[in-house]
Write a protein that binds this ligand. Structure first.
Ligand SMILES: Nc1ncnc2c1ncn2[C@@H]1O[C@H](COP(=O)(O)OP(=O)(O)O)[C@@H](O)[C@H]1O
Ligand SMILES: [Mg+2]
Length: 386
């Protein structure tokens, strides 16, 4: 259409009265269409010229931008915005010719609080700046929705954890109750509690209290924010140290350890104490998955910006149905499992900016892959001598 008008303009002198009228009618129809489109938009659109005067604003913008009463067209835009924060921001951005992207404002219009996003971009025609385009969107609902989602997620995980704790403490509490009742019964019958009987009951009570304590300690570890102290470490050495520490336990369980360490790995920023805890939890699970013994294979690999640590076992594997649950707090298939081991592993690895992947084949074994980021400054230079 625009090409057609340009062509018509070139031949303007030769056009007859009727042709000019047709041309003007077409032009006005096109203009009307543009206006209808812009006025139907749910976002605010405003345009200023090179002197920062408002030359266009759509209907929606009047509901989103707090304008002062009076004439808007041809006014300096920041002088007609009735909100000091927004007005000052726009003035600064325009005077410094800054592009603005999703700047967030909270305003109160007719008693309702709204959150707005403002974009400002230059309008360029034939290589020169003709003014600025303002795009205002109302993100109040989206923000509310996001907040609700996040809250719901937090609540959900807290509810699972709390439900888990409630379930976990039921057994030891029940057992404590029963043993106290037994002691009372003995006392009522014999008026005395023999040392042997009392000792037996007290030992059980002690064990149950210890179990309760562990549940709470594990729970707190799972929900509390950690405070890792990162230090540059050689991951191969961290693994070797840990394996030295569990050597005897492995021998007892008839588990052989096999290592394939990539030499000269770049150092990673970790809190050794936590990473050892995570690796230990994984090793313990592997040992438990190999009741008749087997092999745990450790491998480290460097891959661009990551270090991969593979831990493979030849255990019973994990069923497909359980695969998605094993990181959930309190999920366990063991009679006396806490179900928190992998929850803690996950938390530790995430805290290190890493990732954890599992692959498993039932009856064959399981592989855990931990990916840890290599600090960029530590990436060795490529061999530039070629
Ligand atoms: N290496 C493994 N082989 C087979 N199953 C595993 C392995 N690691 C974890 N699992 C499964 O994941 C579950 C959750 O593990 P975890 O969170 O450490 O809790 P727990 O060891 O107390 O059961 C285990 O009960 C087990 O079913
Ligand atoms: Mg475990």
């Amino acid at each position: 259409m625009r090409k057609f008008f340009k062509k018509a303009l070139k031949k303007f002198d030769k056009l007859g009265k009727d042709q000019i009228r047709d041309l003007l009618e077409d032009l006005s129809a096109e203009n009307e269409l543009l206006e209808v489109v812009l006025n139907s938009m749910t976002d605010g659109i405003l345009v200023t010229d090179t002197t920062n005067r408002l030359i266009f604003h759509n209907r929606r913008s009047e509901r989103l931008v707090p304008f002062s009463p009076g004439e808007l067209e041809d006014s300096i835009i920041w002088e007609v915005v009735d909100d000091t924060d927004i007005a000052d921001f726009i003035e600064q951005a325009l005077l410094n010719a800054e592009k603005v992207n999703e700047e967030e404002f909270t305003i109160k219009i007719r008693g309702i609080t709204k959150t707005l996003w403002l974009d400002i971009m230059p309008v360029v025609r034939d290589g020169s700046i003709q003014g600025n385009l303002f795009h205002v969107s109302d993100i109040t609902e989206r923000k509310k929705r996001d907040g609700r989602l996040r809250r719901a997620e937090n609540l959900a995980s807290l509810t699972t954890l709390a439900a888990g704790v409630a379930h976990e403490i039921k057994n030891p509490l029940g057992s404590i109750g029963i043993h106290i009742q037994l002691m009372q019964k003995s006392l009522r019958r014999d008026h005395i509690l023999k040392e042997e009987t009392a000792g037996k009951y007290l030992e059980i009570l002690n064990e149950e209290v210890e179990r309760l304590n562990n549940i709470i300690v594990d729970f707190l570890f799972a929900v509390r924010p950690m405070n890792p102290i990162m230090q540059k470490s050689d991951i191969n050495k961290v693994i070797s140290d840990l394996l030295e520490f569990v050597k005897f336990e492995m021998e007892e369980a008839s588990v052989t350890i096999d290592c394939d360490f990539k030499q000269d790995l770049p150092k990673v920023d970790i809190d050794e104490k936590y990473i050892k805890q995570a690796l230990l939890n994984i090793i313990k699970n592997s040992v438990a998955a190999m009741p008749d013994g087997g092999v745990i294979y450790f491998k480290t690999v460097e891959d661009e910006d990551l270090i991969h640590i593979y831990i493979c076992d030849t255990g019973i594997g994990i069923s497909e149905g359980n695969m998605s649950k094993i990181f959930e707090p309190y999920f366990t298939t063991k009679q006396f499992g806490s179900g928190l081991g992998l929850t803690v592993v996950y938390k530790i690895i995430k805290e290190h900016g890493g990732d954890i992947i599992i692959e498993s084949v039932e009856g064959e074994g399981t592989t855990f892959t931990i990916n840890l980021p290599v600090p960029q400054s530590d990436k060795r230079l490529l061999d530039w001598k070629g």
